[in-house]
Design a binder for this molecule. Structure first.
Ligand SMILES: Nc1ncnc2c1ncn2[C@@H]1O[C@H](COP(=O)(O)OP(=O)(O)OP(=O)(O)O)[C@@H](O)[C@H]1O
Length: 242
């Protein structure tokens, strides 16, 4: 498996008018793509579509060239994701949760010790996940999503509720996994953080992908808002002409 994720012409609408339209995105092995946009832009929806948690009304999603409906189990086992709720059983300990996620991904139990050390979870290894703080639960979720060395990584706002030390671990881990060839798609609200790790920043607004931002560019925040504003104005103008 080489982990390429591709969305082509993907649309999904929800009752009430919201949704995403005509999404086209390709994430290559070794590449970190950051998805940025305002609240409600459609980032989580795109990720749920990419993971088959939601079916598109139109368009196709492929991983490694295979449609999600026909994706073999061994390919799913090479995907690591954290979208919405961290995969963790509240009544089990941190160590038990990590052992379970390792098994689900056909990885050996030896990965658990490494994951505990990487995410500084050693002292919490025998605590029940349900008793942990939000940030520590997020660390367990991230450790579980990455410990099997996935070829495709999809994380929705992974730095949410992490302390600065854990944000550093996250950054190092994403770089390390992309250096060994993983394709990484990550959403974020923190442009400065994203600019440090992303090879490509993809902008989303009102359910559409509206172009890229240069991670090395000056004053990313200003550039971000200018692009969003221009897109809003264009949509309004097009609406006026209908
Ligand atoms: N299951 C659903 N039913 C109806 N509307 C939905 C559903 N899921 C998402 N939406 C709507 O689709 C739009 C996009 O939501 P989404 O959660 O993808 O945005 P987001 O970019 O991830 O936002 P945030 O930054 O706040 O997490 C929103 O208007 C949301 O209310």
């Amino acid at each position: 498996m080489n982990g390429v994720l591709e969305l082509a012409g993907v649309s999904r609408s929800f009752r009430g008018g919201a949704g995403v339209s005509d999404l086209a995105l390709r994430v290559e092995p070794g590449e970190i793509v950051a998805l940025v946009g305002l609240n409600g832009a459609g980032k989580t929806t795109l990720m749920r579509l990419a993971l088959g948690m939601l079916r598109p009304d139109r368009g196709t999603v492929t991983i490694d060239g295979a449609s999600l409906q026909r994706l073999p189990g061994r390919v799913w086992a090479r995907v690591g994701h954290l979208v919405e709720v961290p995969l963790a059983y509240r009544e089990l300990t941190v160590r038990q949760n990590l052992a379970l996620t390792a098994r689900l991904h056909a990885a050996g139990p030896d990965r658990v010790g490494v994951a505990l050390a990487t995410w500084h979870l050693g002292d919490l290894a025998d605590r029940r996940v349900g008793r942990l703080s939000l940030g520590n639960r997020q660390r367990v979720g991230l450790a579980g999503a990455l410990q099997h060395h996935p070829e495709l990584i999809i994380l929705d706002e992974p730095s949410n509720s992490l302390d600065p030390a854990a944000v550093l671990v996250l950054r190092d881990e994403l770089r390390r996994h992309s250096d060994r060839g993983a394709a990484v798609l990550v959403s974020s609200h923190h442009l400065d953080e994203v600019s440090r790790i992303a090879d490509r920043i993809v902008l989303m607004n009102a359910g559409r992908l509206i172009g890229d931002l240069d991670p090395a560019g000056q004053d990313l925040e200003r550039a971000f808002f200018a692009r969003i504003h221009a897109d809003d104005q264009q949509r309004r103008a097009e609406g006026d002409h209908r």
